[in-house]
Each structure stands twice: as C-alpha cells, then as structure tokens.
Design a binder for this molecule. Sequence first.
Ligand code: 0RA
Length: 676
Amino acid sequence: MIILKFFLRKVVSLINYKNINIEMSEEQLILKSSEYSASSIQVLEGLEAVRKRPAMYIGDIGEKGLHHLVYEVVDNSIDEALAGYCTDVDVIINEDNSVTVKDNGRGIPVDFHEKEQKSALEVVMTVLHAGGKFDKDSYKVSGGLHGVGVSCVNALSAVTKVNVHRAGKVYYQEYHRGIPVEPVKEVGTSDMTGTVVTFLPDNEIFTSIEYKFSILASRLRELAFLNKGVRLNLTDRRETDKDGNFVFETYYSDEGLKQFVRYLDETRESLIERDVMYIDTVKNGMPVEIAIHYNTTYSENIHSYVNNINTIEGGTHLLGFRRGLTRTLKKYAEDSGILAKQKIEINGDDFREGLTAVISVKVQEPLFEGQTKTKLGNSDVSGSVDQAISELLKIYLEEHPKEAKAIVNKVILAASARIAARNAREKVQRKSAMTGGGLPGKLADCSNRDPHMCELYLVEGDSAGGTAKQGRNRAFQAILPLRGKILNVEKAMTHKIFDSEEISNIFKALGVHIGTEEDSKALNFKGLRYHKIIIMCDADVDGSHIETLIMTLFFRYLKELIEHGFLYIATPPLYLVKKGKEQRYCWTEDQRLQAIQEIGRGKDTGVHVQRYKGLGEMNAEQLWETTMDPERRTLRQVTIDSSAEADHVFAMLMGDEVAPRREFIEKNAKYARIDV
Ligand code: 0RA
C-alpha cells in the first residue's frame, strides 16, 4: 500500500505538478536600507528593472523561476569548468531555503574596475550582463536559457552573500535585494580559489521560495552527464535521514553522454549486446558529442542540447542528426542487400524506432527560436552534426556486421508495423466516418465550443463519471469516463495503441490525431477541443496507477499538450471532518488535525472523520464544490522539468523490469511522508 502510493508521488515530483493556487508569501524580511550604495543610481535602475519584470529575465516567478536562480549561478561555475579552471560544484539547500553554490573556479575578479569606479566583484554582482565583459576570449557557452547572469539572481534575492577566494585572499560582499550593504572587503587569507554565493530568494517576488530537491537533482544530474569530468554535489540541509545525515547526492560522469544514454536505457532491453555508440568530436570548429543506442521498445527518445540547454523544440542540430542517421543507415541497408529483398517503403521514422540518443553541441552564438526559445536556428550546425553522426555510424556498421544486421531488421520491422498501424487507423477512421462523427459515445460534452474556455475531465470509472456529469458545469466542462486501467503504452506497439478503445476515445474526444505519413508520430492538435485536460482518479492504489498510465500516454504520444500546460490533475479531498452541521474538507494530514481541533473546539467528542477512498464516496454536489468548481478546486499542472529524467522514470515505472523499479521505490521512499 505505502509503496504503491509513494510510487505515484515520486512521478509527481519528477514530472512536477505545479500548484495552481498561489501560495502566500512568508513573513517579510525587514531590511536595513543601505547607505553605501544609494550613490549608484544606474545600478539601482538596472536592478529595479529586473525586480519590476522578473518574468522577463528568469521566465516566471513560480517554481520554475525559483529553481532557475540556482541554475543561473551554477552555469557560471560550469563556464569556469568548460574553460578548464573548475572541477567541483557544491549546491546546498540551507535550512531557510537559501541556496549556496560553491565552486573551485578562478573566483570572480575583485580588482578595481576603472569605468564603474568599484570592485569588479561588485560590477559582476550588480550590473546586468556584466559577467561576460571580463573575459571576451574565453570559451563561454554555458550561459543558461535566459543567460542573464548572477546580477539577476542578486536582484531577486532578499539577501545575497558572496565570498571570493582569489590571489591568496578571501573577499566578501553582501547585498539586500541586489543593493550592496558595504564595499567589497578583504576578510581573510586562502590557499584555494573559487566562488561561494549564498542567496535567499525574495518572497516578495516569488510565489513560493521552497526549493525541491528532486528538481535540482535532475538538473544537476543532467549537467554532470553533459559536462564530463565536473563533479556536482547536492546537499539538503532541511532534512536528515535516519542516521542524522543530511540528504546528499553527488553526480559525476567521466564518459559523458555515453553514460547518459546508458542511464536513460537502464531499464530497457538492449537490441544489441554491445555498448552505447559514442562520438565526442569537433566539426567545423564546433564541439559535437553524440551517444546512441537501440533498444527493443517502439519509441523514439532523442534528447538534444545546445550549450547545456535542452532544446525541446529541436532545430538545426536535430535535423542534421536525423538526416545523417537516415542517410547512413539507408545506404548501409541498401549496399548490404538486406533491403532489396523487402518490398517495403521505409521512412525516416522507421530508423528511429527504439532509438535512444543524446546530442549535445556547444555553439558560440546560438540563435534560439520558437515559442519557448528552445529551437536552434543556426543553419551551419546541421552539417556538423550530420558529419559527426555519419562518421560514428559508418565506422560502427562496418566493424560490427552482426549488430548492423539487427538494427536493419529492426528498421524493417518498424516499417511493417507502421504500415499495419496506418491500415488499422484508416479502418478506425472509416468506421467513425460511417457512424457519422468523431466524438465517442461515452463523452458528455460541454456546450461551449471555444477550446480556451473548455475543460475535459478524464474520470476513472463509469460510476464516478456519472457523478461528475451531474456535478459539473455543463457549459464548459466535458466528462469522459474511462473504464479501469488503460493500455500501458510503454510496452505496446503503436498500432496496438489505436486498437485500444479507451485510448482512441481520448484522442477522439480531444479532437487530435497522429499523422500517418513521414514523421508519423508528430501530433496534429489544431483540432484540440479543450485547453484544460484534467485527470480525475480515486485517491487509492488503483487510482494512482491509472493516473500514471494516463500520464504515460500523454508523455509518449501527446507531449506537446503537456508542454503547452494543458494537462492537470484534480485533487479530491482525502477527509471530511464533521461535527453536527459544521463540516470541513481536508487535503492533508495537517489540515485534518487542525480541523479536528477547530471543529471539536479542543474536545474530540462528536467529531466524525470520514476518509474518502474514492470519488464514488462523494455525491455530485460534494464533488463539484471540492474538486471541480474553478473557484474552489486546486488543480496540479503537469509540467516536464527534464524530458530526459521523465523519459528515464516512465521507462522504469512502466517497463518490464521489476528489479530497478523496486530499487527506485525503495531508494526514494525515504523522501515520502505518506501515511496510507
Ligand atoms: C567574471 C569573470 C570571470 C569569472 C567570473 C565572472 C565568475 C563568476 C562566477 C559565479 C559563480 N562562480 C563564478 N566563477 C567565476 C573570469 C575570471 C578571470 O578572468 O580570472
């Protein structure tokens, strides 16, 4: 019981639901105003701009932006590592949710800056975009998604403290909301070099300042894989384990992306007995690192990075990769004669079924395009990546004929399956055309037709579906009941997925479909009928499992909808505390205890606590007021922090192998405070 309940919670934190209700900020810090810096008007203006429009600089003021502050500082340390001066980075979440980032790089320069008439350290910490000015020649590519520098972190922190170890001395400066309290001063001697930055995010800016270990952990793990040889340590001083030690993890990779792909495919069955294919090279002056591996599943998992940023919208590097992979494999298959025997048309997708790959390039002046600015636009990059993947594959295929044959056979199988899938889909589409319409019979649709206004509830079970139909606001809330466990898409071939009635009902209700031609897995969601899709399951073991199955379907086949922020989880209450006419719904253990206190007025007689095990125990009105009414409900938005990490977790949770799943649950169980 406990383990399974937890099992879901862990997916929750890795995929990371964002609480939609804005949390109240904590007690405000009273800060003494700084006399020292009142003189630097320009600096103040710069910092003020950041504080006025924080989202413009760090993306948002919620959980994402909060964690971004850490990445921004860590990026500077990684830059030092890429320049060859830094090997270790420590990230510490302190008791008060301030974060310390410590590195053994060169240390931020502290010499007097003539133009600004102050220490270079102060300039780096207080002037926007000042970070790079000091070393134009160095190979600075890390730079983060927003690449705004430590001064932004400083501006958005209630308190920042910096220690610099450099040239035998230790220098110190402190800032309140970005404003220095006093000039940089020497505070000691040191035989090491490096920078220690501690910042406390400003609760006047952020909706919550509570850091999540799992979010930082997956980014630091990713950074370790992306920057081989750099050790990243993460400590959480807010929590101790049973031996009284702080929660601690360390991430280090000496084989870079090769280990990354091994990690991603840890729980997938390998197609070939050999190790991951890997190349780390420089093409046309640009560093290119690629690792690829084929497994026996049917999904394509390619993760691409530019300057350590996950380019979820792809771009020229990904196009070059696909082109090089397809061309080289196709040529091999044709030359070897295996293809000639088959009368089957093979397309680009077929070469990528069961492929796990990570591509990382370092680009001097990247052009980021697309909705989320995560699509690489530099046209010269595609040729370099194409060359690198072609070189890797060509040598590999020549040297390993047995493995080459297994890959080509897999490609042929993928092509046949794709054609079977197309036929199955066409059959279904013909059938639905005959029955006169796209919408599934079980859907209770809403009357509004504007997708921006409309919500679709995916509800576990016909009985809860019935209650939801009665309780909803039919103007904008549609209900689709799902019968029990849907198909586990992690283990099924694509055409099986469209054979499943529950899944094709979901697609039909949503009004989306998956294309049938080249790039067949590309989702067409122009016809999307709802901009909120809400999973509503029982708060029990089966419910958790169904929730995970639905999330797996979305992650593998409807990922764009998650990326657009359309997927949510409903949160039905866990308890009803009642005494006489007074009653209160509770979602947490704390709320339950508080409600018993308050309703019982100190006495525990006559207080009745009902534990809701399923949606079925609520009537329509109760379901509406606790879980469906937009004025009162809490929805958790499903977001993907790290595509690679989510890939790894879903493969593990939903795949065949039991041992790693058990290991994962046991390992992570210590973070769970669930008392089912
Ligand atoms: C400006 C110039 C140099 C390094 C840095 C900033 C720097 C910033 C941070 C932030 C955290 N750790 C950091 N480490 C370095 C170049 C230094 C030089 O030229 O000596």
